[in-house]
Design a protein. Structure first.
Length: 420
């Protein structure tokens, strides 16, 4: 193919998407050409399978380009990806954010570059949050405030892909958000791997709630601040205060719950019990009655009986969860859970389907309760926006993209709201 700017494909989480934007800038700054870059995910075995599938597809479609593989799957299995005939370079999660890595991938230096550049992620002590001023649509920007995780849940491979927890200093975060607000963004989402661990490696060990209050105080021109995902057991007093008092903090929290049975939670090495989750949701809703919750829940974790699964299923109602992310359990080599007695695959699939059905019913109930109400909707495109609780709203008449508009909800289709 002719000399061309590299193509990027992102799999997985918002943090990966954020880092892809940084890599685009680094590649452009150093003149990288004729390459396709795949930023992989390793959260499940299915994610790794899709990464391999995507790599093969991109090689077929771009026969003259170098294929560069990075991200969590590359970090946790560099040799496996390097062994693929389609792959020219494998780059680790720390290396992908370094300018010297991309300098070594320019056409005049590529022959001198090691094909595999993956070091020990556990030795990384800094984030690269300063590289870009967020990314997103014209309406919403995402800002990385943290990376890595200090916890070792028995099912999770991500700490081995991301390393230990490290935080972006509060001043850097505030400056980024101030610049984004000045550029016209009406909503900023704080993102990371384990947000509620933010600050534990910084002087004075500030908490996530301290950062939230600081952003809201120092960037008064920002209309909406959103938190992407939290571990509810680590919610601090200032975060709860912000939920209660700060209208600009959006009333939507995505919770890392994973299960609703105490024995399964212990076997997962989680730090909360089911009653902790129920108590947190009740308290957050007491402080902010319009609060809605999303949650990650794993179906069919090893040793899970039908009765244990029923406890997870009931949690949807007991916590009044709305937006579910359901993960059918799949063993990740190298994790303790992979060595535990596994649940039959058909049962795993059935339980995941039942959880998804419960989630769909919860969404429909939430949407039905909004009909006739007024909502402030942030427009993502001329026909669709989102409420503060993150429900999609479709409009019959075009609206100004990126703006917050007042809308009366006229109906819903079970998946999204409708406004005139």
């Amino acid at each position: 193919m002719d000399r061309a700017a590299p193509k990027f494909t992102t799999l997985g989480c918002r943090l990966n998407a954020y880092e892809t934007e940084a890599m685009k800038d680094l590649a452009a700054a150093h003149g990288v050409e004729d390459a396709v870059v795949v930023n992989t995910c390793a959260v499940t075995q299915e994610a790794v399978r899709k990464a391999r599938q995507e790599i093969r597809r991109l090689r077929r479609e771009n026969p003259g380009a170098r294929v560069i593989v990075t991200g969590c799957a590359a970090q946790t299995d560099p040799d496996g990806f390097a062994a693929m005939d389609e792959v020219d370079h494998v780059i680790g999660n720390a290396e992908k954010m370094r300018p010297e890595t991309w300098k070594g991938l320019t056409p005049d230096l590529v022959g001198q570059t090691e094909p595999v550049q993956v070091d020990d992620i556990m030795s990384v002590t800094e984030t690269a949050g300063h590289l870009i001023d967020g990314f997103g649509t014209r309406s919403r920007a995402y800002v990385q405030i943290q990376n890595g995780c200090d916890h070792r849940c028995t099912f999770c491979i991500i700490p081995y892909g991301r390393g230990n927890s490290r935080s972006v200093p509060a001043g850097v975060v505030v400056d980024q958000i101030r610049r984004l607000a000045a550029r016209g963004y009406n909503e900023v989402v704080l993102t990371g791997v384990d947000l509620t661990s933010w600050g534990q490696d910084l002087p004075g060990k500030p908490r996530l709630g301290d950062l939230v209050m600081r952003v809201l105080k120092l960037v008064p021109e920002l209309p909406r601040l959103r938190i992407s995902s939290i571990d509810s057991i680590e919610a601090d007093d200032n975060l709860m205060r912000a939920i209660a008092e700060e209208e600009r903090l959006m009333p939507h929290l995505h919770l890392s719950l994973q299960a609703g049975d105490d024995l399964i939670l212990k076997r997962m090495k989680r730090r909360h019990l089911r009653d902790d989750a129920i108590r947190f949701c009740a308290e957050a809703r007491r402080l902010r009655p319009e609060m809605t919750f999303g949650a990650d829940i794993i179906a069919g974790f090893p040793t899970e009986t039908e009765a244990m699964f029923e406890n997870s299923l009931r949690l949807v109602e007991e916590c009044d969860l709305t937006w579910l992310h359901v993960f059918p359990y799949s063993p990740r080599p190298g994790t303790p859970a992979a060595r535990m007695p596994q649940v039959d695959g058909r049962a795993v699939k059935d339980r995941a389907a039942r959880l998804r059905a419960a989630g769909a019913a919860a969404v429909a109930r939430h949407l039905a309760a909004q009909v006739g109400r007024e909502h402030a909707v942030l427009m993502e495109n001329p026909q669709m926006g989102r409420t503060a609780q993150f429900a999609e709203v479709t409009f019959t008449q075009p609206q100004p993209e990126g703006q917050i508009v007042a809308a009366r909800i006229s109906g819903h289709d079970g998946k999204r709201l409708a406004a005139g």
